[in-house]
Design a protein around this ligand. Structure first.
Ligand SMILES: [Zn+2]
Length: 723
């Protein structure tokens, strides 16, 4: 900042005329809304290019990812295995109506064959072998790291992800009213939507909205059936439609999610983990035939090759859903209603590869539910399947073109300072007992930092699979890739083996969720007790050595501090230094911790309520605590920096002002009104305004510099940073 500028700024501040544009447009100032004080002009003026209209909210991460998508498209153009290009082109080119019909017929044929054999296990295995439909299968299988033995992968069985992100949409009006007003507890969604106190008018509004959602959902399913010419399972004569069949089945699944086995299922939802043998699974889960299921999936029928153990996330659910599928309820999995569901979970994905029918998906899932204005462009859409098949190729090529050693070294050095600040923070903690403190220190000391790309990468799709790629049928290619991954990777390589880095895609939301190196994000992984910052993150928006310590601390520094925060908070704290799920907290410390969390939760809800936004801050607590710790660690590193440099006190103040401003700036977000609603319910992070203002308000130095007093919106009664 040049001195003249600063003088003018100080003068304006003195007069109470604040805001980054130096004009008195409204009363936003650092004491009532620091985030908007810093970002208001940007939020007002920023817009997206037409090609970016698919982005639901504008922030640095999404904009950088959009640029990385383009870099990946460039890599396709010059890819050396010809199959990469063939695959990409096939996924970019819409498939014909007759190809869609043929796929649906084949799917129905498998269903009929399994029904004829009366083999439910075979059909469930078929659905699970396909990565694109697996998540919607009422019994969803995956091979994942063993939570209690981080050195090995193991089969997991869990409940499905349903079509609508808020489970309360499925409840009948009477229970909706009751569950909105008091405690609601249903599995995965349990922790997310618990304890909402609501007034009669909000309940009325939410109920009205619920009816709109359900109506649109049913009509979305019906459109899929009528466009593709599928007959509904229930047959033309019976009441209702395919949409009502599907809604009926999803409601039944929700119902079963409430089943609870007092002996095995944990009362809180923190740990969904029961390791069973085949015999136990069969005994406690209504005759679940693991041997048959595993064999049909692709495990060798040789008894010695079938995994002896399997992790079950909820014994209660598994028992109830197996009963529902195999016994009389709605006449089980062979019934017409279930048939509609089985066809739907497959068809809703195939249609996304058809030129016109993809709009059925867009209109409901993207536009209506998520507030997206335009569909994701085909050139980006096609990248998902292509990079999944050739992840190692793309990571290596991306590194060859875009890797910058200097930036990585700088980040690693800064991370070292964050790690050491974290140890100081834990040592200085006055409310945990000695044993909890010692374990936390051990955990931070063992924390691994992976920058760039994973060290061990899996194989890409081999030529024997790619040789059969069909240039005009991308869906068929995806099926082949998925079949290969299930058989060769998940079953042969991963089961029982040491942890591998796996690329993965959330096919429901269309985003990268695995170890892909070209993702603009960062992760903390409990099972490996490690932080991973992929190459995609190393852009000048996030790290730029030329821009000084405040800029970088507010970005890469804060990101690493945030991820480190996950290791000692909420969910991460349930795992030990070696990555095993083990409680290292004393009962007394846990109780104090939870009390502190309750105050944090109140503060986020309070801050949002000021803007007329009602949300359940319990679902964002994990991120909130990581944010608070991340910010605190950056402050500590900056203080240590000034102590070392013997910076003059007034300059230190300026440096902190700059840091806080950079922090608010890197968090800037423009979110469209229509997508706020979905974000509040589906994003584990709160809106960035609160991600900025709430952690800041808990920093004593921030309060002092900006003279925050009781009565100011930025004031909170406590400056407790929890750890
Ligand atoms: Zn996080």
């Amino acid at each position: 900042m040049n001195p003249e500028h600063l003088l003018k700024y100080a003068e304006l501040q003195r007069k109470g005329v604040c805001g980054s544009g130096f004009s008195n447009r409204n009363k936003i100032n650092p004491a009532n809304d620091f985030y908007s004080h810093v970002n208001r002009d940007w939020i007002r003026s920023t817009t997206l290019a037409p090609s970016q209209a698919y982005i639901v909210q504008i922030d640095e991460f999404r904009l950088a990812q959009d640029r990385v998508y383009d870099q990946l498209v460039d890599l396709v153009e010059t890819a050396s295995p010809k199959a990469v290009k063939t695959l990409y082109q096939s996924l970019k080119t819409p498939i014909s109506s007759s190809a869609v019909a043929a796929h649906l017929q084949e799917h129905a044929r498998v269903l009929d064959a399994c029904i004829a054999e009366d083999n439910l296990w075979k059909f469930l295995a078929y659905l699970n072998a396909n990565e694109l439909t697996r998540y919607a299968c009422p019994i969803s299988w995956d091979v994942l790291p063993d939570e209690q033995n981080s050195r090995a992968f193991i089969s997991h069985l869990t409940y499905p992800e349903l079509s609508l992100y808020d489970y309360r949409y499925y409840l009948r009006d009477t229970s909706f009213r009751a569950k909105t007003a008091k405690t609601a507890s249903i599995k995965r969604t349990r922790s997310r939507f618990r304890r909402r106190s609501a007034t009669a008018s909000t309940i009325k509004k939410e109920m009205d909205y619920k009816h709109v959602v359900l109506h649109k959902f049913v009509s979305y399913v019906d459109k899929i059936f009528s466009a593709t010419g599928m007959a509904r399972g229930g047959g033309a004569g019976s009441a209702g439609s395919a949409g009502t069949d599907v809604l009926h089945v999803e409601r039944l699944i929700i119902d079963k999610l409430a089943c609870f086995n007092g002996r095995y299922d944990s009362k809180n939802d923190d740990t969904e983990y029961v390791k069973f043998t085949h015999a136990e699974l069969e005994r406690h889960c209504a005759g679940f035939d693991w041997r048959e299921f595993a064999t049909c999936l692709g495990y060798s029928p040789d008894a010695a090759q079938i995994p002896r153990h399997v992790v079950c996330s909820s014994v209660g659910y598994m028992k109830c859903i197996v009963e529902a599928l195999t016994t009389s309820e709605m006449h089980g999995w062979k019934s017409p209603k279930w048939r509609s569901y089985w066809m739907y979970i497959y068809a809703r994905h195939v249609i996304q590869y058809h030129a016109e029918w993809r709009s059925i998906h867009f209109e409901f899932c993207c536009k209506f539910l998520r507030g997206q204005t335009a569909p994701m462009p085909q050139r980006i859409f096609a990248l998902f399947g292509t990079t999944l098949a050739y992840d190692t190729h793309f990571a290596t090529e991306y590194k060859r073109r875009h890797f910058n050693q200097g930036v990585h070294d700088y980040a690693r050095e800064l991370a070292g300072r964050i790690f050491s600040a974290a140890k100081d923070m834990v040592r200085a903690n006055s409310w945990v007992s000695d044993c909890t403190r010692a374990e936390a220190l051990r955990k931070i000391a063992s924390l691994r930092l992976d920058l760039g790309m994973p060290d061990k990468m899996g194989p890409d799709v081999p030529p024997r699979v790619s040789a059969a790629f069909d240039a005009r049928d991308g869906w068929a290619n995806l099926l082949a890739i998925s079949a290969w991954r299930t058989r060769e990777l998940f079953i042969r390589r991963y089961e029982g083996a040491a942890v591998f880095n796996t690329p993965a895609i959330d096919w429901n939301q269309m985003k990268f969720v695995g170890s892909q190196a070209y993702v603009v994000n960062a992760y903390y992984t409990e099972n490996t007790n490690s932080i991973y910052v992929p190459m995609g993150y190393f852009q000048t928006e996030f790290v730029d050595a030329a821009k000084g310590v405040e800029y970088n601390l507010a970005r890469i520094g804060y990101t690493i501090g945030h991820e480190l925060g996950h290791s000692i908070h909420v969910y991460g704290r349930l795992f030990d230094h070696a990555g095993n799920m083990r409680s290292w907290w004393s009962r007394r410390d846990s109780a104090i911790y939870n009390r502190k969390l309750a105050d944090v939760e109140r503060q986020y809800e309070h801050a949002a309520r000021r803007d007329g936004i009602v949300f359940d801050a319990k679902m964002t607590l994990s991120e909130d605590l990581a944010d608070i710790t991340g910010l605190k660690l950056c402050e500590m590193v900056l203080s240590a920096h000034h102590a070392r440099e013997k910076t003059l006190a007034p300059l230190q103040m300026l440096s902190f002002e700059r840091f806080y401003t950079e922090f608010a700036n890197q968090n800037r977000q423009k979110i469209y009104r229509r997508s706020i609603f979905a974000q509040l319910k589906s994003n584990p992070h709160p809106l960035d305004k609160y991600r900025t203002n709430v952690p800041l308000s808990r920093m004593p130095l921030f309060n002092k510099i900006y003279n925050i007093k009781p009565g100011d919106a930025m004031h909170w009664h406590s400056d407790d940073t929890v750890w």
